[in-house]
Ligand binder design. Structure first.
Ligand code: R5P
Length: 296
C-alpha cells in the first residue's frame, strides 16, 4: 500500500502506478491552534505500508505528520512500515558545533527508529557521517540521482564541464561527470554563517572560457552558494551556466535571485517546484523493487 503523505503525493502517485500497487492519500488537516490531524482512508491490516514524504516548507510539521502516520499505521496493524524520503532534513545538523547545541539529526533519527522499519533517502547530505547506518539503527538505503542528472545534461547540453561549489559536492558534480565522461572541477567554500559563504579556487579557471558550464550540488537552500559560485565563474567568461541541484529548497526567494543572474536552474522533483524537471519516480520504483522482495 503506497501512501502519499502531504509533501510526497507528487511522487507517491507515480510510484504506485509504476509499481502497480494500490495508492491512497493520507488525509491531513490542521486544527485552528496548529495541531496536526491525520487519517488513513484504507485498511492497513497486515499490509506493507510505504509512506512517501518529502520534508520541505514547514519541515517540523512534515516530521510530526510522518511520526503520527507511522505510529497510526502500526496501531492499525501494518506488517511493515517503510518511509521513502525524497528529501530528508536535519542531516546538516550532525555535530555539536558550539557547546550546548542540539545535534538535531540524533533526535530525529531516534524518532524514525522508533516508528519506521526501513528508510529510503535520495542523496542524503552525509558530511561528517559516512553512511546512513551511522545515523539510523533501522535498515536504511541511500539512493542517488546522479545518473538522472547525467542523463539530463547529456540530453540538453553539449560538451559540458561540471563544477562542484565545495569539497562535499564532488559526490554529485564529480560522480555525474564520471557518468557523462566529462571534465569536472571542485571549488572551495568557506561558510561564514547560514546565509554567507565564500567560494574560491586555488587554480586559474581559464579552462571554462567559452565553455558550457554546469554547477552541480545536492541542496539549493538560500542559493548563496550558487550565487557566489556564479559570481566567481562569470569572471572567466563561460559560454553559458546551468545550475543543477538535487534538492531545490529555494528558501527566501532563492530561485528568483539565481535566475536574475541569467543562468538556467534545474532540480530533481524531490521537492516540487517549477524548475524540478528531473523526475525521480522511476529510479525510486526500481530501487524499491530491488530492495523489497515482497514487491515483486
Ligand atoms: C552544503 O554544503 C550543501 O552541499 C549546499 O552547498 C548548501 O546546503 C547550499 O546552501 P545555500 O543554498 O543556502 O547556500
Amino acid at each position: 500500500m503506497i501512501i502519499g503523505c502531504s509533501h510526497g503525493k507528487h511522487l507517491a502517485k507515480k510510484i504506485a502506478k509504476h509499481l502497480k500497487k494500490p495508492y491512497s492519500e493520507l488525509y491531513t488537516k490542521k486544527f485552528p491552534d496548529g495541531e496536526t490531524y491525520l487519517k488513513f482512508n484504507v485498511n492497513l491490516k497486515n499490509k506493507v505500508v510505504i509512506l512517501i514524504q518529502s520534508f520541505y516548507g514547514n519541515v517540523n510539521d512534515c516530521l510530526i505528520e510522518t511520526f503520527f502516520a507511522a505510529k497510526t499505521a502500526r496501531d492499525l496493524g501494518a506488517k511493515k512500515i517503510i518511509l521513502v524520503a525524497p528529501y530528508f532534513p536535519y542531516l546538516r545538523q550532525d555535530k555539536e558545533f558550539r557547546t550546548g547545541e542540539c545535534v538535531s539529526i540524533k533526535s530525529v533519527a531516534d524518532y524514525i527508529d522508533s516508528c519506521i522499519d526501513e528508510i529510503f533517502i535520495i542523496d542524503p547530505h552525509l558530511h561528517r557521517k559516512n553512511t546512513l547506518n551511522d545515523i539510523f539503527k533501522i535498515k536504511s538505503y541511500k539512493l542517488s540521482a546522479n545518473r538522472l542528472i547525467a542523463n539530463y545534461i547529456i540530453t540538453n547540453l553539449k560538451n559540458p564541464i561540471l563544477i562542484g561549489p565545495d569539497f562535499e559536492s564532488y559526490k554529485w558534480a564529480k560522480e555525474s561527470a564520471n557518468f557523462i565522461g566529462s571534465e569536472s572541477i571542485i571549488l572551495e567554500k568557506r561558510r561564514c554563517s547560514p546565509r554567507k559563504v565564500k567560494i574560491s579556487h586555488d587554480e586559474n579557471l581559464e579552462i571554462i572560457k567559452n565553455r558550457t558550464v554546469v554547477i552541480v550540488d545536492d541542496i539549493i537552500s538560500t542559493g548563496n552558494t550558487l550565487l557566489e559560485t556564479i559570481k566567481l565563474l562569470k569572471k572567466y567568461a563561460p559560454k553559458s551556466i546551468t545550475c543543477i541541484g538535487v534538492h531545490g529548497i529555494f528558501t527566501e526567494n532563492a530561485l528568483k535571485k539565481i535566475q536574475k543572474t541569467r543562468v538556467k536552474v534545474v532540480s530533481c522533483n524531490s521537492i516540487p517546484t517549477k524548475v524540478s524537471k528531473i523526475d525521480l519516480s522511476v529510479m525510486i520504483t526500481d530501487e524499491l523493487k530491488k530492495k523489497i522482495k515482497l514487491l515483486n
